[in-house]
Write a protein that binds this ligand. Structure first.
Ligand SMILES: [Zn+2]
Length: 183
């Protein structure tokens, strides 16, 4: 439990309820540490997927998708555009919803349970020269063929799930339109 004292009365009778709420037994103060929303981009360019190399903890050095927390009052669709602009200096104009997955994100010893929304971006022709990386957040980018993604190199469980959803989505397209892939 990250809190030792009640933020309202300073008492020490803080207890966890419902696995996500902090209640003070002295004054009745109640705080819900609710699930936070995040948005990420699965960017496809010429048959490869764009990953960023995380510069920051948690999971510095591992691969992730461009993305981040949704701000108060913001739509997930706008958050994914903003986060791409901030992290890689390039923002998608068109995208579609792919899937959402729960994630656990520990930052400075506080655990945030999140629900990560993933959007699929088609950006054929996009290359590293079109990008401008924020060195504080992004140590580099990798364009990786989907079948060559090493799941252990991915920073977050939700990223692994998103890549799985992407592969299923591609397989579904192939089944639905075999003529596009025959010959
Ligand atoms: Zn209290």
């Amino acid at each position: 439990m990250p809190f030792r004292h009640c933020p309202s009365c300073g008492g020490t009778e803080i207890r966890l309820e419902f696995g996500k709420a902090f209640r003070c037994g002295a004054c009745g103060f109640l705080y819900f540490h609710n699930v936070a929303t995040a948005a990420g981009a699965v960017i496809e360019s010429d048959g490869r997927l764009l990953f960023i190399v995380r510069a920051m903890e948690p999971a510095a050095g591992l691969l992730a998708l461009p993305g981040g927390f949704v701000d108060p009052g913001e739509r997930a669709e706008d958050a994914v555009v903003r986060e791409c602009r901030e992290e890689i200096g390039w923002a998608p104009k068109e995208f579609e919803f792919l899937a959402s997955f729960p994630n656990r994100y520990e930052y400075r010893s506080i655990l945030y349970n999140t629900c990560d929304f993933f959007f699929l971006v088609r950006a054929d022709g996009l290359s590293v020269k079109d990008l401008e990386l924020d060195p504080e957040e992004t140590a580099g980018v990798r364009f990786v063929r989907p079948d060559e993604v090493v799941m252990e190199d991915l920073a977050f469980e939700s990223t692994r799930m998103a890549i799985g959803a992407y592969l299923e989505y591609k397989a579904r397209i192939r089944v639905n339109s075999p003529e596009r892939y025959s010959s």
